[in-house]
Design a protein around this ligand. Structure first.
Ligand SMILES: NC(=O)c1ccc[n+]([C@@H]2O[C@H](COP(=O)([O-])OP(=O)(O)OC[C@H]3O[C@@H](n4cnc5c(N)ncnc54)[C@H](O)[C@@H]3O)[C@@H](O)[C@H]2O)c1
Length: 325
């Protein structure tokens, strides 16, 4: 049975990924410093194939301990998002660059086979008008925030590492994620817009014309699993965008989907000419190489978030714990 170490295992993506890996027969080890609590792991805590270690990835002694007897590493732990990195820039540099760097070096020295890194489509920044309106893995990267700068820097670093039969690095550039997780996040566009309207608040949209790609948290986890299972030759030193070309939306298009569920919604559009994060992504690479296809769409995400809120499964959706800042 292969053993996977997941850093940031208690997070929004991590807590979904852990369950998927356990269901697929992996042994999983997770490390997290529980910035947003650890309740997301309670449902799997007693699973004999799950091992949790509380700790901070900035601590090399902890890294040494968690890297023992691990076949693969999925590196999710980070200060996540532009606002969180802007609020704590020194911590962001320590975690997203320095500690990540140490983790990679130490994984290389242990017997780890694959190192899957959670990168982001934010790396593209603003797309050029001349880029045929789609960006992909070959497009220039123009990070416009500290968060994206550090993701680009670490991604470049692992991909430039020496090619060998030992550690295989892979970088996955996730689309903006949505949908339900044991650690809900309501600071992500689809989840946030749905929550606002479900609570009867007015939804204020800044720059309805800007494009972004979106992907469900379960599909993100499936893509990670497929990366672990794929032929090593296909994924080694590769970057894959994770999403679907059909799931690029302008904010206005998301609002149109929301109106299907909330016909009486109050929407206010605020004109915004510039947004550094305006991009449409072509996800052919992961589809062609790994056969990855999404199983959820943005309307599915809206429906599921609305349903759990309607049924009261999350009692205080506006609580600070569901935001990363
Ligand atoms: N959610 C998205 O839309 C999205 C999009 C693109 C990329 N990503 C990337 O995916 C990864 C996971 O994102 P998420 O949405 O699950 O975020 P999250 O904030 O919910 O999860 C991150 C987890 O990492 C943990 N963590 C943070 N610093 C740590 C440290 N120093 N030591 C140990 N644990 C630490 C936190 O406690 C948290 O549980 C991140 O690397 C993020 O940059 C997310």
């Amino acid at each position: 049975m292969e053993k996977v170490l997941v850093t940031g295992c208690a997070g929004y993506i991590g807590s979904v990924l852990m369950r998927l890996l356990l269901n697929k027969g992996y042994k999983v080890k997770g490390i997290d410093n529980l910035q947003f609590g650890g309740e997301s792991l309670l449902g799997i805590y007693n699973n004999p194939n799950f091992e949790f270690l509380y700790g901070d990835i900035r601590d090399n002694q902890i890294l040494d301990k968690v890297l023992k007897n691990v076949d693969h590493v999925v590196h999710l732990a980070a200060i996540v998002g532009d606002p969180a990195c802007a609020t704590e820039p020194d911590k962001a540099r320590e975690v997203n660059w320095k500690a990540s760097n140490n983790l990679f070096k130490m994984a290389k020295e242990s017997d780890v086979d694959r190192f899957v890194f959670a990168s982001t489509c934010s790396n593209y920044g603003k797309m050029d008008a001349g880029e045929n309106n789609f960006v992909s893995e070959e497009s220039p990267l123009r990070p416009v925030s500290l968060y994206a700068e550090l993701k680009v820097k670490f991604e470049k670093y692992i991909l430039a590492s020496e090619k060998s039969d030992d550690l295989t690095p892979v970088s996955l550039r996730f689309a903006t994620v949505y949908g339900l997780s044991s650690r809900p996040r309501f600071d992500l566009t689809v989840n946030d817009f749905t929550r606002q309207l479900q609570s009867g608040r007015e939804l204020v949209i800044y720059g309805e014309q800007f494009w972004r790609p979106y992907c469900h948290v379960f599909d993100i986890s499936r893509a990670i699993l497929m990366t672990l299972q794929a032929d090593k030759k296909i994924v080694a030193h590769q970057v894959f965008g994770v999403g679907s070309t059909a799931e690029n939306y302008q904010k206005k298009m998301i609002v149109d989907e929301l109106l299907e569920y909330f016909p009486a919604a109050k929407i206010k559009y605020v004109k915004k000419e510039e947004d550094p994060r305006d991009y449409r992504v072509d996800f052919s690479h992961i589809k062609n190489e790994l056969g990855f296809k999404v199983t959820h769409t943005v309307p599915d995400g809206i429906r599921e978030v609305k349903e759990v809120l309607d049924q009261g499964l999350i009692s205080e959706p506006f609580s600070k714990k569901y935001r990363n800042v």
